[in-house]
Design a protein around this ligand. Structure first.
Ligand SMILES: *Cc1c(COP(=O)(O)O)cnc(C)c1O
Length: 456
């Protein structure tokens, strides 16, 4: 097909949507390291995980051999409400940049939760319902995951308890109300409704909370209440699996129009959107069928890949969760307050960590003022107001396109536009008022938290 005939938006038909998720681990020669029991230092068994997570999700978490895992019909019908998502050709951005590069983005912000997180939320809620559970608990920081899970739980009539980091609870009342609209109960964390919450409040009166602390509360409530389990919106293998729907649709779309990507870019918090977007492309790379440059983009304020250590660490600050081997800044690392929201996790998916370690992908870190410059530039020509997280990918896509302008190379770039930024307008306001600064941790700060890594 003549590539000049590529439409602005490539929409697949409903019947072209994937019927299975793709489990990238099946094609990895070196598998990601297993989760360990923090008490014994031994790999966690399914039986140990089942009191915390839903059964079917435990099976998915531990499965590193089945490549294609069928998507249940109930989940596919939910997906059809907002999928397939478009692969957009950024013609206007290309023209504005004057680049010979061809830029595409896969837009995941086209649902009420405003991000890709719904792809996994609906799957996790479905398996909880199938198991006959009453409800699920979770934490949310910036709020996108809590919103997506609330939507998914209301669809399946499940109770949803969200522990929301107290400062976000107070600063982001609109997200909180969206969650309540979908029937979730939203508790500011730390709260006095859990043992761990009471302990943290006694030790740090007046604390505004942290993600790690909210995780500890949500896990406690799930394990103490019969009929409840804990669910998580990123980092875990099961979440990357569900997010593979992004990459599978992208692959189908590029094949339909004979597009050959050279560079694939995604922002990386815990790694779920990037892991999902790249999955089928990385699969080809692992099997030696094709080659792509794959770039993870992280905030300079929380640079797990680019400045972290590859080691076993806790996923939470409360140190109750399993140990995962990953690129980490240390579970006691607290990134300086900034607007990277969903990218402020100290660690990274163990699957992506292994792939990065083995040289299958690259990583770069970017500073937040340059991220917001890219966000604004993008919004003004492409129309969509991007989430700050997504704008990290925009920054690097623009940088790569500008390199092509210098060299005259007509590279094809695809990036993941994970969501919209309507709830992040305080961050945009700071940027417009010139009040935004770039906060980069010192080597000493990183070394201090890495020194506290658990000895395994
Ligand atoms: C949560 C979130 C991210 C980062 O999470 P990953 O698991 O790394 O994908 C990125 N973009 C948006 C819009 C998010 O809500």
């Amino acid at each position: 097909m003549n590539t000049t005939n590529i439409p602005y938006k490539i929409y697949l038909n409903e019947d072209e949507m994937p019927t299975s998720w793709y489990n990238l681990r099946a094609d990895m020669k070196t598998k990601p390291a297993p989760l360990l029991n923090p008490g014994t230092g031994q790999p966690l068994t399914a039986d140990e995980l089942k009191p915390i997570f839903c059964e079917e999700l435990v099976a998915q978490e531990l499965d590193e051999t089945t490549a294609m895992i069928p998507i249940p019909d109930e989940i596919r019908s939910f997906y059809k409400m907002y999928r397939p998502s478009p692969l957009v050709r950024a013609y206007c951005l290309e023209e504005k940049l004057g680049t010979p590069a061809k830029i595409y983005y896969k837009f995941e912000g086209n649902n009420t939760s405003g991000s890709h997180k719904l792809n996994s939320a609906i799957a996790q809620a479905y398996y909880a319902k199938k198991q006959g559970l009453k409800g699920v608990t979770t934490e949310t920081g910036a709020g996108q995951w809590g919103t997506a899970l609330s939507m998914a739980c209301s669809y399946f009539d499940l109770d949803c308890k969200v522990y929301m980091v107290k400062c976000s609870y107070e600063q982001k009342p609109f997200r909180r109300e969206v969650m309540r609209t979908y029937g979730a109960s939203v508790v500011p964390s730390p709260s006095d409704s859990t043992e761990v919450g009471k302990k943290i409040l006694a030790e740090h009166p007046g604390t505004t909370g942290s993600l790690g602390c909210a995780i500890s509360e949500a896990v406690e409530v799930a394990t103490k209440n019969p009929g409840y389990r804990y669910v998580l919106g990123s980092v875990l293998n099961q979440v990357l699996l569900h997010q593979s729907v992004i990459g599978l649709e992208t692959k189908k779309a590029v094949e339909k129009y004979d597009i050959h990507p050279d560079i694939i870019i995604g922002c990386a918090g815990g790694g779920s959107n990037l892991g999902g977007l790249i999955a089928p492309f990385m699969g080809e790379k692992l099997r030696g069928e094709a080659d792509y440059r794959i770039i993870a983009v992280e905030p300079a304020s929380c640079p797990s890949f680019t400045r972290g250590t590859y080691a076993y660490d806790f996923c939470d600050t409360g140190m109750i969760c399993p140990l995962a081997k990953m690129y980490t800044l240390g579970s006691s690392f607290i990134p300086s307050p900034n607007h990277a929201g969903g990218l402020r996790f100290h660690g990274m998916s163990s699957t992506l960590s292994q792939l990065y370690h083995d040289g299958y992908m690259e990583a770069v870190s970017v500073e937040q003022t340059s991220v917001f410059q890219a966000a604004e530039q993008f919004a003004r020509v492409e129309g969509i107001l991007p989430a700050p997280e997504s704008s990290h990918a925009i920054r690097v896509a623009i940088d790569e396109a500008l390199k092509c302008k210098e060299t005259g190379e007509e590279k094809t770039i695809i990036f993941g536009l994970t969501g919209t930024g309507y709830f992040d307008l305080v961050a945009y306001e700071k940027f417009h008022n010139g009040e935004m600064s770039d906060q980069i941790p010192t080597d000493e700060e990183i070394a201090a938290s890495v020194a506290k890594l658990p000895k395994v």
